[in-house]
Design a protein around this ligand. Structure first.
Ligand SMILES: CC(C)(COP(=O)(O)OP(=O)(O)OC[C@H]1O[C@@H](n2cnc3c(N)ncnc32)[C@H](O)[C@@H]1OP(=O)(O)O)[C@@H](O)C(=O)NCCC(=O)NCCS
Length: 174
């Protein structure tokens, strides 16, 4: 694929919308296709599309499912949007799609605070949430959250899981 194929096209129709159960299998396919995300069972994506649609988003590019964000409002603090998975199909990366989805979700939910977790090696994800803070003129903070020892051992699960740091972006939607 050459550079022109991945660059944003002004005439491209991008639709950002809350997912429905009819999108569940596509959410699973996109997550699996990243090759780096923990892929949940297909059932989890169906459940997500049914019960957490208002805090999630799917992007259709020219009617093709191209990416999604799954999130929820923290039960203990509904003003906080927790972003669980962000995934963009490799064919649609590097043209601002993740940013568009994230910004739409922050605006749609009206959340005043965002939380997510990121592994230290995920530069793209760190850049995405840093861009959110920068372009909303607000702060981003990192704290330790799920350290490596909290995950099942490699001998048990088949692969080691890197520590997931907590990133907080606030205030939002002032
Ligand atoms: C992370 C991911 C969602 C980014 O999607 P994308 O649509 O290509 O991202 P965008 O084009 O909106 O770029 C958002 C920001 O990240 C930066 N970025 C994107 N890819 C990058 C990369 N590989 N390395 C460093 N920075 C990167 C962009 O420059 C932009 O920052 P800027 O506004 O400061 O320039 C995508 O790479 C992906 O699906 N990765 C695999 C799954 C994953 O790791 N998800 C995140 C953890 S839940």
């Amino acid at each position: 694929m050459n550079a022109d194929d991945t660059s944003a096209r002004a005439d491209e129709l991008i639709i950002l919308r809350a997912p429905t159960v009819a999108d569940g299998a596509d959410l699973w396919r996109i997550a699996k296709g990243t090759g780096v995300l923990d892929t949940n069972p297909p059932y989890a994506y169906l459940l997500w599309a049914r019960d957490f649609a208002s805090s999630s988003v799917i992007a259709d590019v020219e009617a093709e499912p191209a990416g999604f964000i799954s999130g929820y409002r923290k039960p203990s603090d509904p003003e906080t949007l927790f972003v669980w998975q962000v995934a963009v199909d490799s064919a649609f990366r590097g043209r601002g799609l993740a940013k568009k989805m994230l910004f739409e979700l922050v605006q749609r939910t009206g959340a005043s605070r965002l939380e997510t977790t990121i592994t230290a090696d995920n530069e793209a994800s760190i850049a995405l949430f840093t861009a959110l803070a920068r372009e909303h003129g607000t702060e981003i903070e990192r704290r330790s959250l799920f350290t490596e020892d909290l995950f099942p051992a490699e001998e048990e699960s088949g692969e080691a899981h890197a520590a997931e740091d907590l990133y907080i972006v606030e205030p939002l939607n002032r």
